[in-house]
Design a binder for this molecule. Structure first.
Ligand code: PEP
Length: 254
């Protein structure tokens, strides 16, 4: 079953006090204002997960996610956080392969495939990010790049594991730039990704995969994006740092 998910990736923003204030506001606003069926995810820095998870526990519209995880189960990996640790503080989701991690931390598809495995083994839902750079789009390489990212990161999975995965299409040129892909551009890529999954796993499974769009999603463009046939939600960066804009994006999803 395709789920509607609006995920707020806070990146490296907010102190604990600021984060607690933001989650309380979002939670109260959703209770008062949102009757739809989308799930909203709070994805704060690791260090806030435990406290924020407790704070949102009474609101079933909210879920908790992490921004990254280790590909290892445990051991001598200084600075890393395992999927079991994430699960133990109430995480349900984990972002894997965000373009900032691919670019600044050299995370490549083979390594991301191991993170996907670690997440699934711990019962976490991976949100697997893919997306082309501006140079790749301008060079008309975007379909090829996406096919490589999706197949190398995910296509080792069994069908039953693949069904658990959420994909986020995030064109790198639209992240934090204020430039959103047009709805037609985003829909074209979402349909392409669904087609790749259909070719590998069959049309029924592909129809059930949640594919989020990410890249400068705002209250002003959310409703149009969400109306597209293959867009099942959003991964939101900047606009997730304020309660009003994040809640208005969630409200754009029926
Ligand atoms: C992101 O970081 O995944 C993102 C989409 O950021 P923004 O919404 O700020 O473009």
């Amino acid at each position: 079953m395709r789920k509607k998910i609006i995920a707020g990736n806070w990146k490296m923003n907010k102190t604990l006090e600021e984060g607690m204030g933001l989650v309380s506001e979002i939670s109260n606003m959703l209770k008062d204002e949102y009757k739809g069926s989308a799930k909203a995810l709070i994805i704060p820095p690791f260090i806030h997960l435990n406290a924020l998870g407790k704070l949102m526990a009474d609101n079933s519209k909210l879920g908790l996610g992490a921004q990254n995880c280790s590909n290892h189960k445990s051991g001598a990996y200084t600075g890393e956080v395992s999927t079991e640790m994430l699960k133990s503080v109430g995480c349900e989701y984990v972002i894997i392969g965000h373009s900032e991690r691919r670019e600044y931390f050299n995370e490549h598809n083979a390594w991301l495939a191991q993170k996907v495995d670690a997440a699934l083994a711990s019962g976490l839902t991976p949100i697997y990010c893919c997306g082309e750079t501006l140079a790749e789009r301008e060079g008309n390489k975007h379909f090829e790049v996406l096919e490589t990212q999706v197949s190398e990161g995910l296509f080792h999975l069994s069908a039953s594991d693949m069904e658990q995965v959420v994909i986020a299409y995030e064109p790198v040129w639209a992240i934090g730039t204020g430039k959103t892909a047009s709805t037609a551009q985003a829909q074209e890529i979402h349909a392409f990704i669904r087609g790749l999954i259909a070719a590998k796993y069959g049309a029924d499974l592909a129809q059930n995969i949640t594919i989020q769009y990410g890249g400068s999603v705002k209250p002003e463009n959310a409703a149009e994006l969400f109306a597209a046939a293959d867009i099942d939600g959003a991964l939101v960066g900047g606009a997730a740092l304020q309660s009003r804009s994040f809640v208005d994006i969630i409200k754009a999803m029926a």
